[in-house]
Design a protein around this ligand. Structure first.
Ligand SMILES: CC(C)(COP(=O)(O)OP(=O)(O)OC[C@H]1O[C@@H](n2cnc3c(N)ncnc32)[C@H](O)[C@@H]1OP(=O)(O)O)[C@@H](O)C(=O)NCCC(=O)NCCS
Length: 188
């Protein structure tokens, strides 16, 4: 957040926020909106996503941003706690005002306090590296689905604990809701 950004109230999403969350992702994601709506619906039925953390940014009573973190697993390292960040969306008229950054930072703080070791994201490195995310392939942490070579570095990881990167390697399994192949396709 810069000095010009407006601090938002960041809080856990409640059932009453769901209609606003649906609308904001529709507006934020445009052509991918249907895929994201399906993902949000799938999370509700998905035990493998638990513990799911959904945070909202509120301006008054209005939800202007939402981020979801869901459980991931490391094949062969079942004791390692890992999460995947997806989706992240901010209402178009609230974008570039630090809302997305505040949601991510609040989420990472909570996950750190909970003892989570690794957080994964599939997204634009130019955005996520500002929070400390790094290309996961460099650490031999393989995405759940093959990612076309030009986008390999969009599969990213952030360690919330010391001595994890380089020690834990291998295949990452996302929750069932995030395992639909269309979520891993890149629009060219
Ligand atoms: C991506 C998104 C969540 C960022 O939220 P935001 O509240 O606008 O972000 P912030 O205000 O915290 O950060 C803004 C900065 O991120 C940059 N940024 C925003 N989206 C970006 C993107 N896709 N790639 C690279 N940089 C991006 C802005 O240019 C700005 O940079 P600056 O600080 O150098 O000016 C928001 O633009 C959005 O909802 N986009 C549509 C949905 C989407 O693409 N979600 C991410 C999926 S991985």
């Amino acid at each position: 957040m810069t000095s010009e950004d407006k601090p938002m109230l960041i809080t856990s999403a409640l059932a009453q926020h769901q209609p606003d969350i649906t609308l904001l992702h529709q507006q934020a994601f445009n052509s991918e909106a249907a895929t994201i709506q399906q993902l949000l619906a799938d999370f509700q039925q998905d035990n493998s996503a638990q513990p799911l953390m959904s945070l909202v940014a509120l301006e008054g009573n209005q939800v202007v941003g939402n981020v979801v973190f869901s459980r991931a697993r490391m094949t062969g390292h079942e004791a390692v706690t890992a999460m995947t960040l997806a989706p992240l969306g901010v209402l178009p008229r609230y974008q570039k005002q630090g809302v997305g950054s505040q949601l991510i930072k609040a989420g990472l703080e909570q996950l750190t306090a909970q003892g989570v070791a690794l957080v994964f994201v599939f997204g634009d490195p130019a955005y996520y590296q500002r929070f400390g995310f790094q290309a996961a392939p460099r650490w031999e942490l393989t995405a759940p689905y093959p990612i076309p070579a030009p986008y390999a570095e969009a599969w990213q990881v952030l360690a919330l604990q010391p001595n994890v990167l380089g020690t834990i390697k291998g295949q990452v399994q996302c929750c069932a809701a995030l395992s639909r192949v269309e979520l891993w396709q890149v629009e060219e």
